[in-house]
Structures are given as structure tokens and as C-alpha cells.
Design a protein around this ligand. Structure first.
Ligand code: IMP
Ligand code: MG
Length: 174
């Protein structure tokens, strides 16, 4: 089977949008501090780029959950693989996701994080595939809405590959 990739969102466009999101977050949290929770591994590139564009004080923490196996179809089973290092109690938390697909991962995560009593809890996603949603998730900051295609790059993988592409591309398996 051969794999081919067609560009969906160019690097310049992505970075420009991320700068806008950073400016919006800085404005919304003026005078406050924010704790960005990067969901490993897909959100790493997005989190770094976004964090650099936020002008209020930022702390970073990391969590890892699995919902996908090595296929392009969601298994629906969420597993916590790595928890946060620090408590989020009383903090302004923004969960940073690469993509919201069915919404199952975020539903699980937001329920879990709410129980830890943060001061506020927001959700920022680089990409949103609204057509695929099976459970309601309200996003506060969205980079781009995209069609129902399997995408790779800028952190997103297919079987752990392609994360390092500097753009978002649609993967075709022929
Ligand atoms: P959800 O639980 O179905 O919303 O799945 C979210 C997770 O599935 C993301 O954090 C990604 O790791 C993965 N995922 C969903 N859609 C894609 C895609 O198009 N490309 C790569 N990974 C994806
Ligand atoms: Mg993945």
C-alpha cells in the first residue's frame, strides 16, 4: 500500500492563526497566569508555537492519553498513560489539543480535570472535525475547522509517522 499526502493548511497560515489565538488568550487572561496542558504527543508542536505567542505568564504541564491504535479509526477506549506532574487546583487551565474528532478523548479529559478544582478550565484545539462528533464538547479556541479527512503533520501522526511535517496534509492510502 502506498501513502500520499496533499497539503491542506500551509505552515504560514497555521502560524498566523496560532499567533491570533495567542493574542486572544493573552487578552482574555490579562493580569492572570495560565497553565497550558499539552496532550502528548500530537499537541507538542502546537503547544510550543502557541506558548511563544502568549504574553501573560505561562506554565506548562503534560498529559498523555490514548484513544487510537495504529489505525485511522477511533477505538473509543480512552486510557490515561501519563498524568500531570503538578496540581491544577486554583489555576487557569487551558487544555491544548491537536484535533477534536469524535470528542471522546476530550470528554474524558475535561471530566477528569474538572474534578481537580481548577480556577477556570478552557479548551484550545488546533483542528476541529465537527462532522465526526459523537459527544458534545465545547471548545473555547479553535484554529481551523476541517472536513472529515485523516490528516497528518504539525504533530499529528499516522502510526507515529509524519508528526514533523511543518504543515497539515491529508493522508491517502492507495
Ligand atoms: P477523538 O477522541 O475521536 O476526538 O480523537 C482525538 C485524538 O485522535 C486526537 O488527539 C488524535 O490523536 C487522534 N486523531 C483524530 N483524528 C485524527 C487525524 O485526522 N489524524 C491524526 N490523528 C487523529
Ligand atoms: Mg494520535
Amino acid at each position: 500500500m502506498s501513502e500520499s499526502i496533499r497539503v491542506l493548511i500551509e505552515e504560514d497560515k497555521l502560524n498566523q492563526r496560532i499567533a491570533e489565538l495567542g493574542a486572544q488568550i493573552s487578552k482574555d487572561f490579562a493580569g492572570e497566569e495560565v497553565c497550558l496542558i499539552c496532550i502528548l504527543k500530537g499537541s507538542v508542536f502546537f503547544t510550543c508555537e502557541l506558548a511563544k505567542r502568549i504574553t501573560v505568564p505561562v506554565t506548562l504541564d503534560f498529559m498523555s492519553v490514548s484513544s487510537y491504535g495504529s489505525s485511522t479509526v477511533s477505538s473509543g477506549v480512552i486510557k490515561l498513560k501519563k498524568d500531570l506532574d503538578e496540581s491544577i487546583e486554583g489555576k487557569n487551565v487551558i487544555v491544548i489539543e491537536d484535533i477534536i474528532d469524535t470528542g471522546r478523548t476530550l470528554k474524558y479529559l475535561l471530566e477528569d480535570l474538572t474534578k481537580r478544582n481548577p480556577k477556570s478550565l478552557k479548551l484550545c484545539t488546533m483542528l476541529d472535525k465537527p462532522d465526526r462528533r459523537v459527544t458534545d464538547v465545547a471548545t473555547d479556541y479553535t484554529g481551523f475547522e476541517i472536513p472529515d479527512e485523516f490528516v497528518v503533520g504539525y504533530g499529528l501522526d499516522y502510526d507515529q509517522r509524519y508528526r514533523n511535517l511543518p504543515y497539515i496534509g491529508i493522508l491517502s492510502l492507495n
